[in-house]
Design a protein. Sequence first.
Lengths: 447, 155
Amino acid sequence: MSFGEAVRRAHRAGRLVVQPRMGMADPARMRAALVATKAANAHSAGTITLDSYTRIGDWEAARRAVHEGLDLNGYPIVTHGAETLRLMLAGVADPDFPVQVRHGSAQPSRIVETMCRGGLYATEGGPVSYCLPYGRTRLDAALPDWMRACRTLAASQESGARPHLETFGGCLMGQLCPPGLLVAISVLEALFFRSMGLRSLSVSYAQQTSPEQDREAIGALRRLCGELLPDVDWHVVVYAYMGVYPRTASGARELLAAATRLAVDTGSERLIVKTVAEAYRIPTIAENVDALEMAASVAEDHTARGGPMPVGVRPDQDSEVYGEASALIDAVLNLGPHPGRALVAAVKRGLLDIPYCLHPDNAGRARSYIGADGRLRWSDVGAMPLPRPVGVGRAALTAAGLVAALSHVQRAFDAPVLQGARSSRPTIEQASQGAGGGGGAGSSSSG
Amino acid sequence: MRSASPGGRVPRTATGVASPTIVVSSLKSDAHTWNLVFLQLLIEEAGFEVVNLGPCVPTDLLVSASLELLPRAIVLSSVNGHGYHDALPAIAALRARPALAGTPVIIGGKLGVGAEDRSALAEHLLASGFDAVYDDTQETGGFRELLAAMTAPPS
């Protein structure tokens, strides 16, 4: 079974692969979730999202939770072990229904060993994207463990497996990160995976605040992958918005529909969906199936409508996002021949600086804002090799200002329904809902 | 807005007088950040310095940073559904240190995975040593009032 080949086959057949985020503590329930995903009226891929204890390597807490039957926010893959994984997937995973492990871990080698022993070879993340936003693990500790994990995956090729690894760099922080930096880190993490011997990759990009800018970003991502990954089988995976999600069902559906159209318009091969429950809680299996089927139907209609590729997507066109991303990539690759070590060095020097990220290795000088045209822009580029913003004062950010920015998309998509009836006072929930949640793991808003 | 590493010096204002410091922290398994950025800004606006320990903070680090800083309060935030389970060992470890036995410790967020009785969770957290528990659906008014009450000089 090859994740990359399954996605490529679907794309050749004109189908967008749609994929949920789902993880259940209990193997029987996890299997039921995969069976329901497979049975959905959509060209779907399956997901095993891991729980937060497994993500941080707290094996004792995971073991205790399983032993005491506590509810977890994902599947504790290491605690259940490789044999349980193999049994759980038997008769579910097949060449047309590939399954991916989503773990959110800064140090994933034990998770990767377990999945490979259980016969599963597709996962995602990255040494920067699964480290900086989600905890305090130093990059100097994350990189060697990611290298171990990559070697384990690459070694599986000797026994005939076709491992697949997806970058999470295009989803950093979920929101408020300008696309030039997202695209750059997605490509740089793919270059790191390639340098570790992996040849089937996907590069992520999460829907942001401006459809036009998003199309440019994916156009830039495709062009840079074409230039820098000539010997790799790669595809693009688009994530439905990962920030504060609309509360109304119609707002949530329209946001997912917009993400689906973005994926189709940009020739993207795969889409990670969000559900109508996103603003409130971890979605149910049925809510995930609904989202998969809705996205599949929107994709089919939109593909049938056809039309020329929108401006900014064609790989021969320059764009602002392409300019920023290629400047960042060049600066990082100039630091040395090993893309992983260059990435770590670049973060420490502030050549890559993720706005609002609290990690001790992040420079923390860069700041972003949503422009009047809806595009994400820099108010401060810190030490990154990017043009200094002009005409933008770096006024002190207030809590209310942050909530307004974080809930920009939520308001835009809920407004037609609520017609301005909602309270304008910020709630902790609005801020807390913003993504960041460990690429996969668990909470309703996580990657 | 700034974040500080534990072990750094206690933040001071421009006049050189130490502002009252509040520690903001996630719990050990929670990787979310925006809630912490928001709380930092909110608390700074109320006149405090904030030392933000960030996401996925091990209990040992929470305790050592708090012992070093002896903050006016400790504000914990968790939104991944494990908050209730992770908060109990954290509060026990904080309260086990005499220097922190009387420090106000406040928790808020999405503390369970959804199926639990919310008021029972809150009561148990209060009984375990927290001074205030905020549900994620509440507006920030109550928390702001609590902060305002804490800006008074310590007695």
